[in-house]
Design a protein around this ligand. Structure first.
Ligand code: MG
Ligand code: ZN
Length: 227
């Protein structure tokens, strides 16, 4: 008898095992960790740039940047004040997986940090399928992308713990129906914690940074809530 295991399922189950190992490592180091996902240009790196100076002197932050090529984003994170900024070049892969994150975690002593920010590869499709083993997955939507994205990319919206809606300063200039967008989000992910903000004008940033900070200083409490 021949049993065929679809390749995708096999890859995902190996990924889940490695994600569990990452999770155990992050938990024992006692830091809070997030996975930032978004389409290219939605503002992942900009959000990191605006967030880090506000956390300076309050908590120690490591940033791991996934990109297909170049170290532009990790250079920006370092310039913004990340104590450690690690680059993962995926060599063409359009998402991070748990094995890549494991390799990056090997590069640093996690116990030295309060917060780990992982910036995923810009992509609205597959990053949602690959558990990395961090505490919270966060999706950044942005106004110029359009109000139909929850309907077109349901897997991304369904799986995330937090939604950031960036570039709200552009609402007067682009056709974006907030009620249509919000309806799509609520169907997929009812009650998801949402932070509308603008990295450019800095409106709404304080609420986001405060949420991050509260989790970073109480990572143990947060883990208890998770289980
Ligand atoms: Mg980026
Ligand atoms: Zn991919």
């Amino acid at each position: 008898m021949i049993v065929r295991v679809p390749v995708v399922e096999k890859i995902l189950s190996i990924n889940d095992q490695l994600a569990e190992e990452n999770r155990a490592r992050i938990q024992s180091a006692g830091l809070f960790s997030i996975n930032l996902m978004a389409s290219p240009g939605a503002g992942k790196t900009s959000l990191i740039e605006k967030t880090l100076p506000r956390l300076k002197d309050k908590c120690r932050v490591a940033v791991i940047d996934g990109d297909i090529a170049t170290s532009i984003d990790s250079d920006r994170a370092a310039a913004a004040g990340a104590q450690v900024s690690i680059q993962i070049n995926t060599g063409g892969d359009c998402h991070l997986d748990a094995n890549m994150l494991r390799g990056a975690l090997d590069q640093t002593d996690l116990t030295q940090f309060d917060l780990l920010i992982v910036e995923n590869v810009g992509n609205l499709v597959c990053p949602a399928s690959f558990d990395l083993g961090v505490h919270k997955s966060i999706l950044i939507a942005s106004i110029p992308e359009g109000d139909d994205k929850p309907y077109k990319y349901p897997a991304m919206y369904r799986g995330v713990d937090v939604l950031v809606v960036n570039k709200i300063d552009l609402l007067p200039y682009v056709p974006f129906r907030m009620d249509y967008f919000e309806h799509g989000v609520q169907v997929l992910n009812p009650g998801v914690l949402t932070f509308p903000l603008s990295c450019r004008t800095e409106e709404g940033l304080d609420a986001w940074v405060d949420w991050l900070f509260q989790n970073a200083i109480h990572p143990t409490r947060n883990l208890e809530l998770e289980t």
